[in-house]
Design a protein around this ligand. Structure first.
Ligand code: PMP
Ligand code: PLP
Length: 520
């Protein structure tokens, strides 16, 4: 682990689907590089004339990397940086609108690519030197391009037991299926993965073994789990054994927190140094990837703002070439505004400045995580699962106030933006009625839905857990048929965007609804 691999990489070309194998570079794009040859007069490309772009300059006011953030009282830092991108380059600002708003290289703005390479080397230390970078319009776009690169109709894709639904929405219409693998506190379980792959032919005689894994390894959406280094190594080794490509969708990578202690929220204290921040991060799958079988998806959505629609792939050169060929005829490139403004900010901050920003940002979301967990602890009686005899409970159990009735359990997340609750539906008479009703095909789902409706009517909006159940095909549509846990439902709570007061109010409404639901 960690040392850069010099031996030849395995040929992974058999992973490309027929569509991407048949792709070729757009001939019009291939000619663009000649336009930069010294002395060349191009009458080749149908490029609009930049003097006719009706934008002369853009002025920006941005936070300095060292901005002091305050979760309790969010306000604009006093010392904003003011800067301009003009139509033409100047000595202090080489970025310019004439280039950024023109058709350009689908790989991305050259400076941004260089920045991303340096950042990736510093932060993730890939195990091979020859990795490549290609920009995209964020991880949603990136994952859709990965599906377009590798998947064939009928394929199964390995994913976590509970998985991000927008990722699945890409493969379902293609005729692909999920192959979910059980999780624990550390995310996907390596033993369960090995078993799924080893027994694949016995359990799925008509489907080829999965060749692609989709993972959210930090602050998993929805389960909130973060995968530690040893588990990553174990999973990587299994993927080598069974020739599986790993796609690491990592939007929450920099939002990694320590453990939660009940009602011990601190206001953040002194921020650590950028170096301390970097050494606190779990390693990316890239660090173990001596074979180039990891496609890492990095996005600025959670670190700067999602409306930038900007991210980048880190992958082997064969895959980025085919992703580039798709990019050239699909999105061409992310918006020139976005690339110029984001790269302008990153250049201003410098790499260690960005790391400093990430460190402050992480502290802000950690405080919010603590607020949400504290809000649960104030509206329910919260006890460690280890002190109670509840099968399958991990982390903390929320009991109805003043009673010994378990309502849900949750593992306080050490990363991301979500708390994944595990509801004990057996507690509710309404669930027992649904279970006794023969016409009810899926009592767990029906009960979760009924509770969600009551919560929504009380004006507290959660996401019902069934949204995150991977789709294994029409024969596994109910909790029972897919071997789901009897008597268990889930809800996902996001702690990223409410104030402390709103979180307390939301949990108070939730406790009231639960009390009423217990009497239904
Ligand atoms: N279609 C045609 C026929 C074109 O000539 C061009 C621009 N050269 C495009 C599409 C690309 O359009 P856009 O920049 O909106 O993606
Ligand atoms: N992947 C996961 C797991 C997410 O949770 C999200 C955001 O909600 C995204 C991707 C979307 O990322 P982007 O804004 O980069 O498309």
């Amino acid at each position: 682990m960690g040392s850069v691999q010099e031996s030849p990489m395995p040929d992974l070309s058999h992973h490309l689907n027929a569509h991407s194998r048949a792709r070729h570079e757009s001939p019009l794009k291939a000619i663009i590089k000649y336009m930069a040859v010294d002395g060349m007069i191009s009458v080749a490309g149908g490029l609009p004339h930049s003097s006719l772009f009706p934008f002369e300059s853009v002025s920006l006011n941005s936070y300095p990397a060292s901005a002091v953030l305050d979760a309790e009282n969010p306000k604009v830092p006093g010392d904003l940086d003011t800067w301009t991108i003009a139509k033409h380059p100047t000595s202090e600002q080489p970025l310019n609108l004439a280039t950024s708003l023109q058709y350009g290289d689908g790989r991305g703005e050259a400076g941004l690519l260089k920045w991303a390479r340096e950042f990736t080397k510093l932060v993730f230390q890939p195990a091979y030197e020859d990795f490549d970078i290609l920009v995209n319009s964020g991880n949603t776009d990136a994952w859709s391009k990965v599906v377009g690169l590798l998947c064939e109709a009928g394929d199964s894709i390995i994913c976590e037991e509970y998985s991000y639904p927008s990722a699945q929405s890409n493969w379902i219409p293609l005729g692909c299926f999920a192959a979910p693998v059980k999780m624990d506190e550390d995310g996907m379980r390596a033993d369960a993965l090995e078993k799924t792959l080893a027994d694949w032919g016995i359990n799925h005689p008509d489907q080829r073994r999965p060749r692609l894994m989709y993972l959210v390894p930090v602050g998993s959406n929805p389960a909130g789990t973060t995968m530690r280094a040893q588990r990553r190594k174990d999973i990587y080794d299994i993927c080598v054994k069974y020739d599986v490509i790993i796609c690491e969708d990592d939007p929450y990578c920099f939002l990694q927190y320590g453990d939660y202690e009940v009602e011990a929220t601190t206001t953040g204290g002194q921020p650590g140094t950028p170096e301390q921040f970097l050494s606190s991060l779990v390693p990316s799958f890239l660090k173990f990837d001596y074979q180039g079988r990891v496609i890492r998806l990095d996005t600025f959505s959670k670190t700067l703002a999602p409306g930038n629609r900007l991210g980048y792939f880190v992958a082997n050169k064969l895959f980025t070439q085919k992703l580039l060929e798709a990019t050239q005829v699909e999105t061409q490139a992310p918006s020139g505004w976005s690339q110029a403004i984001v790269f302008g900010l990153l250049s201003k901050w410098g790499i260690m400045g960005y790391v400093q920003w990430l460190s402050s940002l992480r502290d802000q979301y950690r405080i919010r995580r603590d607020w949400m967990c504290d809000a649960i602890a104030s509206k329910f009686d919260v006890k460690p699962a280890s002190s109670l005899d509840i099968p399958g409970a991990e982390g903390l159990v929320a009991l109805a106030k003043g009673t010994s009735t378990p309502i849900f359990s949750f593992v306080p997340p050490t990363g991301g933006m979500f708390i994944w609750t595990r509801f004990y539906l057996n507690t509710f008479p309404a669930f027992q009625k649904l279970r006794a009703d023969e016409s009810c095909k899926d009592p767990e789902l029906a009960c979760e839905d009924a509770l969600w409706v009551d919560l929504c009517e009380a004006k507290v909006l959660l996401i019902p857990g069934y949204y995150y159940i991977p789709w294994e095909g029409p024969t596994k549509a109910t909790t029972k048929s897919r071997g789901g846990e009897a008597g268990i439902g889930h809800f996902r709570l996001a702690f990223s965007m409410s104030s402390k007061e709103e979180m307390n109010e939301a949990l108070s409404r939730m406790a009231t609804v639960v009390d009423a639901f217990l009497k239904k």
